[in-house]
Design a protein around this ligand. Structure first.
Ligand SMILES: *[C@@H]1O[C@H](CO)[C@@H](O)[C@H](O)[C@H]1NC(C)=O
Ligand SMILES: [Ca+2]
Ligand SMILES: [Ca+2]
Length: 300
């Protein structure tokens, strides 16, 4: 259970300090690798539309005359090269041109259960597989070298949301307490967290038994509604559309998987209609929030 506390500090710290190398890997991943994979038409139109602009090009014409690649942006895994007519284009990066990892923390485990030296190696390799079935299926699974992750048993799966919910609430309260400069939470968010913070019946952060967590959820159900929505809003950014893709979920998933062996199974079953996106309703449901309490307006 200690990992939840460590992770709490991690996440709380992340909102407050400059991201560490490890975290920026995931953040970069999210901003630079908007999911273009499997654009199932009709499923999530916004996603598909954004995907088309994935390699949007900004060329400054003066600079372009000298080196067309200078201002030409390629997504992760690709580098710019000029063709015969001196036009820039993005081509897959040769993985061997990536800088070697400075430590194990830079290793990435792919969904193929192969360890990649760094995220650069991972994305370069993924690029070379573009258009293939293997490439479609390959995602960043978690941070660190691949390891044996014990299977998540049914009873353990049920414990996961109990701890995660409590943790989310504590993250918010911590942000609230430390938000002296008013830049961690918006005014509206603060008002909502204030209610939780000032509630005397609130379960204080700490190592609680699952029974107590379950009991608290029943007794103080209302306190958990906002934290669950808040986390969804934090992740639903690329694009903001009410759905979480595999890539949007990565900042939460990738550091958690090596510590919590039920993470993968939890998020898989969370996508109850199996369309590869976790909708807000699905998300809320996996955390035990009742349908009538799911409210898009809570995600501010
Ligand atoms: C993934 O790789 C690790 C390390 O090589 C191994 O211990 C583990 O059993 C593998 N997992 C699966 C599901 O194959
Ligand atoms: Ca989204
Ligand atoms: Ca879904």
């Amino acid at each position: 259970m200690r990992v939840w506390i460590v992770f709490l500090l991690c996440l709380a710290g992340r909102a407050m300090a400059a991201p560490t190398e490890e975290e920026s890997v995931v953040e970069e991943l999210v901003t630079e690798d908007p999911v273009v994979e499997e654009p199932e038409l009709g499923v999530n139109p916004v996603q598909v539309e954004i995907g088309e602009f994935d390699e949007a090009i900004e060329v400054d014409e003066d600079v372009a005359a000298e080196n067309p690649c200078l201002e030409y942006h390629c997504k992760k895994g690709k580098v710019c090269e000029v063709d015969e007519s001196n036009s820039p284009m993005c081509v897959c990066q040769d993985p061997s041109s990536c800088a070697a990892a400075e430590g194990e923390f830079e290793h990435i485990c792919g969904t193929d259960n192969k360890t990649y030296d760094t995220s650069c190696h991972f994305f370069a390799t993924k690029c070379t597989l573009d258009g293939t079935k293997k490439g479609h299926k390959l995602h960043l699974d978690y941070i660190g070298p691949c390891k044996y992750i014990e299977p998540c048993l049914d009873n353990e799966l049920g414990e996961f949301p109990l701890r995660m919910r409590d943790w989310l609430k504590n993250v918010l309260v911590t942000l609230y307490e430390r938000d002296e400069d008013n830049n961690l939470l918006t005014e509206k968010q603060k008002l909502r967290v204030q209610k939780i913070y000032e509630n005397e019946k609130r379960l204080q952060a700490g190592d609680h038994s699952l029974d107590l967590l379950a009991h608290d959820f029943e007794k103080n159900y209302n306190m958990y509604i906002f934290p669950v929505h808040w986390q969804f809003g934090q992740l639903d950014q690329h694009p903001v559309d009410g759905y979480l893709t595999h890539t949007e979920l990565a900042p939460l998933r990738a550091p958690l998987i090596p510590m919590e062996h039920c993470t993968t199974r939890f998020f898989e079953q969370c996508d109850s209609d199996n369309d590869k996106y976790i909708a807000l309703e699905e998300w809320a449901n996996c955390f035990g929030i009742k349908e009538q309490d799911v409210d898009k307006d809570l995600i501010i």
